[in-house]
Write a protein that binds this ligand. Structure first.
Ligand code: FES
Ligand SMILES: [Fe+2]
Length: 430
């Protein structure tokens, strides 16, 4: 393999059941540049949830695909994703993380934009010539913005296929998350922001990795849960893994020991809660039939929407996204998603679950951070030990959640984009 070429970084030997990834993919700045250009610039990237900005004027400022953006609901009620850079000389016009505003005024020379992005005020406008056209100097928008059931995505590729087509089989799994409540789902206010000294793809792998659950999170499964009165005897992580097309994948595990605030009761929650969750379950059966209700309520799932959105629908629903700054550093943002209008008690239970396992100070995330940073530190020996092995279960007919099919799915798509062998599909001409 030539050092500048992205060819040959993934070995996908289906005949012999071997799958290997070159560790340069985690360390090389040139690969990160290619990822920006061929992955993050090309795909649909999660920007936020409509419930975060319920009222006209509500906004959230954040980074998406490396850009500063403002996710905002205009006075006209339309959701936009505006680029947070002044068209005068570039300063970020919104420096608050969240709020409600009719206008954004740049702090540098006070150009003012309304919450639909139009430039509405330029101090001393008489100094400009007739060619200065204020109507062309509004805040730019991401070229494509689409949402699916409240999940807002952007793409910097103007010709990419529509979001629903891009989601492919992942759409059905998003539906299983969204159908948990008749009133719809909402992001609970509050954001987890943290970072890791590790490559972003390590977190993709880790978020859909059933194999690491017991060894890495021994303390949670074998000490904390039993201490909290949860029955873990005979517990197995024995679910399944599926490719969902376009690099998306899911692992699913039925009836894990931790319980789900959506209608999967465990004894440590008490008898009163049992009756309540059974009632919720009956409603789900009435709405969707027994099979789908079971999937919605009793099956936990970790869903990857390629390239960098994870929905962990387990003991709470975590929406997690992340972006690399350097090959060995990423920032992660996570939110809790919950049924609108759930009782205060259920909300408290859900938040407790959200923090206890997946919170940055919980029982799982610090363990994962430690392991991912340990991998990254191990890659200092990349010249001597070039390859990581991701072959587990490769020849199994029905792959398990503890296999590595879901990671192979990610890496195959990554490799196709990086080597330009199968680019993102474009939208059909209107
Ligand atoms: S950079 Fe914003 S007004 Fe000058
Ligand atoms: Fe983990």
């Amino acid at each position: 393999m030539d050092n500048d070429s992205p060819e040959g970084l993934v070995i996908d030997n289906q005949k012999d059941g071997l799958f290997r990834v070159n560790r340069r993919t985690f360390t090389d700045p040139h690969i990160l540049e290619l990822e920006r250009e061929r992955v993050f610039e090309q795909c649909w990237i999660y920007a936020g949830h409509e419930s975060e900005i319920p009222h006209p004027g509500d906004f959230r400022a954040r980074r998406v695909a490396g850009r500063p953006v403002i996710l905002v609901r205009g006075t006209d009620s339309q959701v936009r994703v505006l680029l947070n850079t002044c068209t005068h000389r570039g300063a970020m016009v919104c420096r608050e993380r969240a709020g409600n505003a009719r206008t954004f005024q740049c702090a540098y020379h006070a150009w003012t934009y309304n919450n639909q992005g139009e430039l509405v005020g330029v101090p001393g406008e008489d100094a400009y010539s007739a060619a200065f056209d204020r109507s062309k100097l509004g805040l730019a928008s991401a070229p494509r913005v689409e949402s699916y059931r409240g999940f807002v995505f952007v793409s910097f590729n103007p010709v990419i296929e529509d979001l629903v087509a891009y989601l492919a089989g992942a759409r059905e799994y998003l539906d299983l998350v969204c159908d948990q409540s008749e009133q719809g789902m909402e992001i609970i206010s509050g954001t987890q922001l943290y970072s890791m000294r590790a490559n972003w793809k390590l977190l993709v792998e880790n978020s859909i990795d059933g194999y690491h659950g017991l060894p890495t999170h021994k303390r949670y499964f074998l000490e904390f849960l039993p201490d909290a009165g949860v029955e873990v005897q005979g517990m197995r992580i024995a679910g399944t893994a599926k490719s969902l097309g376009n690099g998306h994948a899911v692992i699913e595990n039925p009836e894990l020991p931790f319980g789900r605030p959506i209608a999967d009761w465990i004894p440590s929650w008490g008898e009163a809660k049992k009756a309540e969750l059974e009632a919720v379950y009956r409603q789900l059966v009435n709405r969707f039939g027994a099979e789908r209700a079971y999937k919605i309520a009793k099956v936990s799932r970790n869903l990857l929407i390629f390239p960098n959105l994870i929905i962990n629908d387990i003991m709470s629903v975590t929406v997690r996204t992340f972006f690399p700054f350097t090959p060995d550093y990423m920032e992660i943002t996570a939110w809790a998603l919950a049924p609108r209008g759930e009782s205060a008690e259920d909300r408290a239970l859900r938040l407790d679950n959200f923090l206890t396992f997946l919170g940055p100070g919980g029982f799982a995330t610090p363990d994962d951070v430690e392991m991912l940073e340990a991998c990254q530190r191990g890659y200092a020996a990349v010249r001597e030990v070039e390859w990581s092995d991701i072959s587990r279960g490769m020849q199994r007919k029905d792959p398990l959640a503890t296999d590595e099919l879901q990671m192979q799915v990610f890496w195959r798509r990554w490799n196709e984009l990086i080597t330009c062998s199968r680019p993102v599909r474009v939208r059909e001409a209107a």
